[in-house]
Design a protein around this ligand. Structure first.
Ligand code: GLN
Length: 304
């Protein structure tokens, strides 16, 4: 498949696309990113690369990193994990508090903020040096040794993280956070601050297109069943209260972040990453979703 040619065709089609989304301004450091940036990168499981636009510029991957923390926690805890976090779509914004009260501190799924905070708590309980060990895991998965946290973003999120602080406190009151709240918050903000390019993103998540095997080292990082289940969770929960619409339009499992990134998996074929900082009302990249919709339609590469 000539993906490069299809990228160019879509690029032309999107020339007059009205990108009336807004940049994430509740995190001060994200609000200063150039809103016109646009990048796409696709990596096939056989190591072929196709890119468009600003695909080699680093950006804050934000909640896309929640798939990586889930991967490590699932490896460490296996099915025990689901005692502390559910696998149901929330149908609510990513930072919503509303279901936590009725669900007695058990988040609906690991990809909303509440769920990711519980996953962070679990990782802190397991890891000797949580931040160091976690970034080492991300580097192993991606095969890229330069991937790192961004201290500027961490500080910026800490200065305005009121809702996340509320979520973690509410869960602590129900006994679903075991570690010190400040330690959990620090780990969570570091997780969200990880920076990657579109190319790095598409390489990093390729293991979810290969049923858990790292394409670059052939090491199995996750069992086939666990890889399937993470894809299932992304399909139903990866875009919060827009998960249905993403499935409807794009038809692939994926995950978004408020930095404007989206990665999506076509099992046994490729991982694609897009970056466009302006977000729709659900906190997902507006132009990014449009691009993916056109891409999976033209290539007929939906899982459905
Ligand atoms: N760091 C962001 C937050 O906690 C992540 C949200 C997102 O990317 N959807 O609000």
């Amino acid at each position: 498949m000539n993906y490069k040619k299809i990228f160019s065709e879509i690029d032309v089609e999107l020339e007059n696309f009205k990108d009336n989304g807004t940049i994430a301004n509740y995190i001060p450091e994200l609000s200063i990113v150039n809103p016109t940036k646009f990048g796409v990168h696709l990596t096939t499981i056989n190591g072929k690369h196709f890119s468009l636009g600003n695909a080699d510029e680093k950006f804050s991957i934000q909640s896309i990193a929640k798939v990586l923390s889930l991967t490590l926690a699932y490896k460490l805890e296996s099915e025990k994990l689901w005692k502390r976090v559910g696998v149901e779509p929330s149908g609510k914004p990513f930072d919503s508090l509303i279901q936590l009260e009725t669900n007695k501190g058990i988040p609906r799924n690991p990809l909303i903020n509440a769920g990711a905070l519980v996953i962070c708590d679990i990782l802190i309980s397991h890891l000797k040096n949580p931040k160091k060990d976690f970034i080492a895991f991300v580097r192993t998965i991606s095969g890229i040794t330069t991937i790192d946290y961004c201290p500027r973003i961490v500080a910026s999120e800490k200065s305005t993280g009121y809702r996340n602080t509320a979520l973690v406190n509410l869960m602590k009151s129900f006994g679903n956070i075991k570690n010190d709240i400040d330690v959990v918050m620090d780990f969570y903000f570091n997780l969200c601050s990880i920076e990657m390019t579109c190319k790095e993103l598409s390489q990093t998540f390729l293991f979810l297109a290969t049923s858990g095997v790292l394409p670059h080292s052939k090491e199995r990082i996750l069992s086939k069943s666990k890889s399937k289940r993470i894809n299932a969770i992304m399909q139903l929960c990866g875009f919060y209260d827009e998960a249905g619409e993403f499935s409807f339009k794009v038809g692939l499992p994926g995950k978004s972040g408020v930095g404007g990134g989206i990665m999506a998996i076509y099992p046994n074929k490729y991982c694609i990453a897009v970056w466009s900082p302006k977000l729709n009302k659900k906190g997902n990249s507006l132009k990014g979703i449009k691009f993916l919709e056109l891409f999976t339609t033209k290539t007929q590469t939906s899982i459905f």
